[in-house]
Design a protein around this ligand. Structure first.
Ligand code: C5P
Length: 252
């Protein structure tokens, strides 16, 4: 039996699977940048915000109150979720076999997601799903507590930020392009409210990890941000690069 030479971008069996974390407030560009990086590297992608959004949607569909902590934790553990990477660095999100990518992105569902995300029991229930996505050859993880709590041993931790006004404008454009009827003033207020709740909560608050690289994206394009992070990752993990085949659909 011949021994196969490991692919240069794959860790050996004794090395932990490398993780690149991207944390920051909504509208800082994490999602778009993270998907681009995952696609360029051929790594898996975890949109942890989508997990909280999916739970908020599932709770609304099943009539589970935001105050019913036990019910929410049960839903979190039993939700059947699939992330399917698509061409052009996008992600198809399925909940119990139904595509829900648009339904989870509404501002109202985002607000409810940040309410359920403040519950320690819910965060515990979703932790296993997040860890299960750490698969070879690597993982790009996007969220609020990726570098601080979920993957403290990540090889590179990035904290993306941008002014509130710029983040609201980006979100406004995104929603307009998708055909949603939005009001910039109201979006700004909602972003401020959500930032306050995410940074002030007692459990896993939004903050940079002590060893995070903080990058203000206010005046940078998506490509510039992705290139800077890619360059820094290559300094830390020179074997990072695209393997022959990208990751398949992941069920969590
Ligand atoms: O990133 P996104 O806007 O989709 O996240 C929705 C909400 O989920 C956030 O406002 C935050 O309250 C919560 N969240 C979190 N921890 C994460 C990711 C998202 O608490 N790692």
């Amino acid at each position: 039996m011949s021994r196969k030479t490991p692919h240069p971008s794959r860790p050996t069996p004794h090395e932990p699977v490398p993780v690149l974390t991207l944390d920051g407030p909504s509208g800082s560009g994490k999602g778009t940048v993270g998907l681009r990086l995952a696609s360029r590297l051929g790594w898996h992608f975890l949109d942890s915000g989508a997990l909280y959004r999916l739970l908020a949607l599932r709770a609304a569909q099943s009539g589970t109150s935001i105050k019913d902590t036990a019910g929410l934790s049960r839903l979190a553990e039993t939700m059947d979720i699939a992330f399917e990477p698509q061409p052009e660095a996008s992600l198809r999100i399925l909940l119990d076999g139904q595509e829900v990518g648009e339904a989870i992105r509404t501002e109202d569902n985002g607000r409810r997601a940040s309410l359920v995300a403040a519950l320690p029991e819910v965060r515990r229930a979703l932790l296993k799903k997040q860890h299960s996505l750490r698969q070879p050859p690597g993982l790009v993880a996007d969220g609020r507590d990726m570098g601080t709590i979920v993957f403290p041993d990540a090889i590179l931790k990035i904290y993306l930020t941008a002014s509130t006004e710029i983040r609201a404008e980006r979100r406004y454009k995104q929603l307009m392009e998708k055909g949603f009827d939005v009001n910039l003033r109201r979006l700004l207020d909602e972003i401020r409210e959500r930032d306050a709740r995410d940074t002030e909560r007692g459990v896993s608050p939004l903050k940079p990890a002590r060893d995070a690289w903080i990058l203000d994206t206010s005046t940078l394009s998506i490509s510039e941000v992705a290139d800077r992070i890619y360059g820094r990752l290559q300094q830390k993990w020179p074997q990072a690069g695209r393997p022959k085949k990208g990751p398949d659909k992941r069920e969590v």
